[in-house]
Design a protein around this ligand. Structure first.
Ligand code: CTP
Ligand code: MG
Length: 236
């Protein structure tokens, strides 16, 4: 293992976007002239250290074929699965046909189109010699409360050292495959990749990311993402 290993990306893009409530999956909604997934892929594919990208799309996807991805290099497809973790694992299996097990893979949600090259570069620079890898995150700013099912506050949780987990999440290909497979075998449907690494006893490193790397989840997020994309374009 050394820092000469290559960097790849796996993009889970097989969700239905139920919280968005649109008539098509949110990754195919148009935003600032392009679909959400085209923004995401253009940023990943154009990063100078990225060797290639594997996108996991649903077996019954009707929208991917309609995209014009002619300007995007090194994109490969894998089949999505029932949950995000299945889609990521399928993407990793596809990637293992062309990458080394010690290569780094940056797993990044299709639904995060504002990912900035500075975040990717900073993450690679911080983690490339780390034994485990890690993830982008943001320190929690608000006071955190846990409620019961009826909404009454049961507990205030200290926000010291508390982070929101974002993507990309960067791990070694072979180790992440093993971690996700173990989590699935243990019926643990992890909602991010770092959780699978933690599940096999490893400690991913948290790397502070940019606040504009939002995940498009609900309808209001679309206008916010549009604003960030326009702002980033102006700053270039
Ligand atoms: N994803 C996936 N395969 C699934 C579920 C999710 O590849 N079976 C992807 C989504 O397409 C998205 C990312 O994982 O890019 C993060 O998931 P999320 O934001 O939860 O997207 P959806 O599952 O589509 O949305 P929702 O949970 O509201 O249905
Ligand atoms: Mg989901």
């Amino acid at each position: 293992m050394n820092s000469l290993n290559r960097f790849w990306s796996v993009v889970p893009a097989a969700g239905v976007g139920s919280r968005m409530g649109a008539s098509i999956p949110k990754q195919y909604l148009t935003l600032h002239c392009k679909t959400v997934i085209e923004h995401t892929l253009s940023r990943l594919c154009s990063h100078p250290q990225m060797s290639g990208v594997v996108v996991a799309i649903s077996a019954d996807d009707q929208y991917w074929q309609k995209l014009d991805l002619s300007g995007y290099v090194n994109i490969h497809l894998a089949e999505g699965g029932a949950e995000r973790c299945h889609s990521v694992l399928n993407g990793l299996h596809g990637l293992s046909e062309m990458a080394d097990e010690n290569d780094w893979v940056l797993v990044h949600d299709a639904a995060r189109p504002c990912i900035h090259h500075d975040d990717i570069s900073h993450m690679i620079e911080t983690l490339k010699d780390h034994p485990v890898g890690g993830l982008l995150g943001l320190p929690v700013a608000d006071t955190m409360k846990r409620t019961g099912a009826e909404g009454n506050v049961l507990q205030t949780i200290s926000r010291d050292n508390l982070w929101r987990a974002l993507t990309p999440q960067m791990f070694r290909l072979g180790q992440l495959q093993k971690a996700l497979q173990t989590a699935l075998d243990d019926q643990f449907l992890v909602t991010d990749d770092a959780s699978a690494m933690e599940h096999i006893g490893l400690q991913p490193r948290m790397v502070e990311g940019r606040a504009d790397n939002i995940k498009i989840t609900r309808p209001d997020d679309l206008s916010l993402a549009e604003m960030y994309l326009a702002q980033q374009e102006k700053q270039q």
